[in-house]
Ligand binder design. Sequence first.
Ligand code: KG4
Ligand code: ZN
Length: 335
Amino acid sequence: MKVLGIETSCDETGVAVYQEGTGIVWEALYSQIALHREYGGVVPELASRDHVRRLAPMVERALAEAGAPDAVAWTAGPGLIGALLVGASLGTAFAAARALPALAVNHLEGHLLAPLMGEDAPEFPFVVLLVSGGHTLLVEARALGAYRLLGTTLDDAAGEAFDKTASLLGLPYPGGPELARLAATGRAGGFDLPRPLLNRPGCDFSFSGLKTAVLYAARKQDGGDDGWRADLARDFEEAVVEVLCEKSRRALEATGHGELVVAGGVAANARLREGLGRMAERQGVRVIFPAPGLCTDNGAMIAHAGWRRLAAGERPQPAKVRARWPLDELQSPGK
Ligand code: KG4
Ligand code: ZN
């Protein structure tokens, strides 16, 4: 079975073909970063319009280069409604025209299952730390479609905290990778930043206070030597990483599972990878990071998740997009 995957939930147009037994046989990604940069964040209407421009030619190329698919999987949420509608319309219309099954995929499930495409894939049950621009979740993945929420953010997502803090430090959008680059040149320990919710039990997160602490620390600096920016970026990164590592440790301890999968855009962060690697070693568990290209939004994770569900007997549902679609509302195929 060959599945065409379509991702348009935010500011990336992703198209890919996933083939059973082989893996990803074709993929293309168009990022709208340049389009949104001058506004300092994603402008939903511009995002939708750009998906309209990019998506059909990408699907045409996929067909020409990877051949006709047997099914179509498209992202139905969570995400920006207008952007989701572009992928939903094209995906369902294409499938209808060719009498193929069309499957609505949850974007978060796409992220969460992405590591299963890799070489040292985890096996259910495992714990997932999903850290992206829109989400910060600790999830117990028991089986395909059976997810239990262990913790989430009470305010900003981890990626959002990176982006907002980067913007405070005068870095361009999206700030996560920029801030990480700046932090690599800074010294740690100069600023006393909070570790939100670390002293409270449980696996929930909060990042907005940290961002405010960075704002106040930045205000106290007076021009002159600019080195403090890198130092502050470094301390911010340390604080986020420490919190993410400790909450992941608790999630592993609470469930007793031996594998931690890290997904979402922030999983590309080198210091987070280091920190989680150290924590996993101490705990005697395995931590699995998908290849960076599979961590951020892409079409392959949608094609792959769609294939898993179809292969497990899931029947296509009527097309519907959802701005909010929590993971724990999902069900296992056939249930
Ligand atoms: O998963 P993703 O591509 O999109 C969402 O579904 O949100 O994640 C994007 C987020 C952005 O907030 C971006 O700043 C962050 O991931 N990010 C990083 C790094 N690379 C991407 N944050 C910290 N360090 C990085 N190296
Ligand atoms: Zn995402």
